[in-house]
Design a protein around this ligand. Structure first.
Ligand code: AKG
Ligand code: FE2
Length: 372
């Protein structure tokens, strides 16, 4: 691999070719982080405005020029496939399985078929989750030679992607630039983690019973999710007008979205947008779909209350998430509640304000909805 000397070898993961299908794509803004490189305050202000508008309007945007060349990103996908293609089922479902329900923490495997989707059908996707401090848990033997690169990947995401975005988003609320950065220490106690994820094609029967939904509509529970764009079209976002739109693959771009914790801290100013994963278009249906992510959360002890000192919030007002009298959860309480419950609890059917069918559960006194 050019530019990557002295790294252990592993088979190259060849993803599906991009789809030729004409899909109803969301029109998401592109933020060029490379423009921040010269440190000019004018450039910063103009990009901060773009990021603010993107996050308030869509809750999703692309990032380009994030500091990883195409070969580096491809190498991450090669590594991402190792936990799925080079580890035994026994190790996946036993030795290195994640204890999400018991611990409320994503570390280790989420085995295939762990979640109930619909009509008795279970999921066909597996993930392997790695805390940014890779020493927290033992890892399957096949992955061990690659841990230094995974650490580098986590650090890169944290310092070169997450922190710059958090500075832009703080500026968008007219808060001191380091406000959110100070809540996201790389070395603090917290859960921010790397996820590798692989989806497998499903049977016709499974597709029919779930109406082609592979992963139900949800919000992410952290602050920011960083998704490495990959070619298999399947991710959709629920737009403000209530329609699902596809997320287009942009080569070597990142797809960034806000989660619950950022929505809470920003008093609803930044939106945790609902998204889901559905069956890919016909020309990509025979392929697996491999993903690489960095799920970001604040440090565990941060209370997820709106930052009322923001002059912007004082102008636009706060969308209340927690009833008066309800204790506002910390990041640790919120992530544990959501992680333990996800795909495991009995959900109650309901309809939302727009008459759309949803399923509901309460976590820490807050209504969480799942969309199909
Ligand atoms: O696979 C994807 O594109 C999105 C997955 C996702 O939304 C999640 O893991 O929270
Ligand atoms: Fe998600």
């Amino acid at each position: 691999m050019p530019g990557l000397l002295n790294v252990p070898s592993t088979p190259h993961y060849v993803p599906a070719p991009p789809t030729k299908a004409e899909l109803d794509y969301a029109d998401l803004p592109i933020i060029d982080l490379g423009l921040l490189a010269d440190g000019s305050p004018e450039a910063f202000d103009s990009i901060a405005k773009q990021a603010r508008d993107a996050m308030t309007e869509h809750g999703f945007f692309y990032v380009i020029n994030h500091g990883y060349a195409k070969e580096q990103t491809e190498r991450i996908f090669d590594i991402a496939d190792i936990p799925f293609s080079q580890v035994s089922d026994e190790d996946k479902t036993n030795t290195y399985v994640g204890r999400m329900k018991q611990t409320g923490s994503y570390q280790g495997y989420k085995p295939r078929q762990y979640w109930h989707i619909e009509g008795g059908v279970r999921d066909q996707l597996e993930h392997y989750n790695i805390n940014r401090d890779v020493t927290k848990k033992p890892h399957p033997e096949a992955l061990r030679p690659f841990l230094p690169e995974i650490t580098q990947f986590a650090k890169h995401n944290h310092e070169r992607v997450l922190h710059p975005i958090l500075r832009l988003l703080a500026a968008g609320m007219e808060l001191p630039q380091e406000t959110f950065v100070n809540m996201h220490g790389f070395d603090s106690v917290g859960e921010t983690y790397v996820r590798f994820m692989k989806y497998y094609p499903r049977t016709e029967d499974e597709e029919m019973k779930t109406k082609n939904v592979w992963l139900k509509g949800h919000t992410d529970f952290g602050t920011i999710t960083i998704l490495y764009s990959q070619p298999v079209a399947a991710l959709q976002i629920l737009t403000k007008d209530g329609t699902w739109k596809w997320v287009r693959h942009v080569e070597n771009a990142l797809v960034i979205n806000a989660g619950d914790a950022l929505e809470f801290l920003s008093g609803g100013f930044y939106r945790a947008t609902i998204h889901r994963v559905v069956q890919p278009p016909p020309d990509q249906r025979a392929y697996t779909r491999l993903g690489a992510f960095y799920f970001c959360m604040t440090d565990d002890n941060v209370v997820l209350a709106p930052l009322l000192e923001s002059p912007v919030l004082q102008k636009v007002g706060v969308t209340k998430k927690f009833d008066d009298g309800t204790k506002v959860p910390t990041m640790e309480e919120w992530r544990k509640g959501r992680t333990a419950a996800y795909g495991q609890t009995e959900l109650k059917p309901s309809v939302n304000e727009k008459g759309v069918k949803v399923e509901e559960e309460f976590i820490n006194g807050v209504l969480v909805r799942h969309y199909n």
